[in-house]
Write a protein that binds this ligand. Sequence first.
Ligand code: SF4
Length: 307
Amino acid sequence: MIPENIIDIKSASSDQVCLDLVTIEKYDTTGPRYTSYPTAVEFHDGIDCEDYKSAAIDANGALLPRDLSLYFHLPFCRHLCFYCGCNKIVTKNQQKSDKYLEYLFREINMHGELIDHDRKVQQLHPGGGTPTYYSVDQIEMLMNQVRRYFSLVSADDRDYSIEIDPRTVGYQYLLNLKRLGFNRISLGVQDFNPQVQKAIHRIQPESQTKDLILQARSLGYQSINVDLICGLPKQNQDSFATTLDRIIKCAPDRISIYSYAHLPAMFPAQKRIHEEDLSEADEKIALYQMRCKRRFTGFNPNRKPGI
Ligand code: SF4
């Protein structure tokens, strides 16, 4: 027997998701985002450059893990999405982004000198911002620089993934990313609904996203991920269900659904979102319930699941 304050979501399988309303009400407040470990707020001056260097060198001697995961932050975007809480720079000034790449190359050099070259890079991921803000030639330069200092691999079980803004990429770009060694892509979508897209200042035609998924599939990418956000302005259960159903029909390998965190004091762009357009807590719960149900019942079982 499930207590009254628990919402029970039964699925087609035996899986079950229970939401405790008392706990949800208790924590229905703003809090830090937890997208990396350690979180940004944990960084402090108590550990200096020499500490970092000796820890990195010592790690070469550790028995496990030997394999490496590399992340490159490419923070530039051409347009501002109002919901964005990422560390990004919105500019059309190419000089700035070129300069950043120079610094990044120096940093790759400095890190590469600390790490044993026989350690294989099993996972690699440029994220942003919008990595595809850069031209194919620049992404190729980046990969060449990484290859100079680290051991990249070509085995099928590598995870070389890149974040893609479908508004910036076409077939030729995708083809080149494949040639450069990427075997996984992640597409930012958020919502197909035109009213939601207008409210978040991210106009992205549905056909553009669908075409790109088809093209990536035809090129043999091993994993295609789609990012959606629930709790955006103007979103409701019906509109989000439509977006979810349409995305599921595109059969990506993974759908990541994030919850929108409205923190305008921390992210000034969010001040441009009208608070009256945002979902109340109960609507957000309903959206959450819906995405859990879709997760259990909606995926194409023939697809290899993403990681
Ligand atoms: S959501 Fe992505 S594309 Fe939009 S501003 Fe933020 S980092 Fe750039």
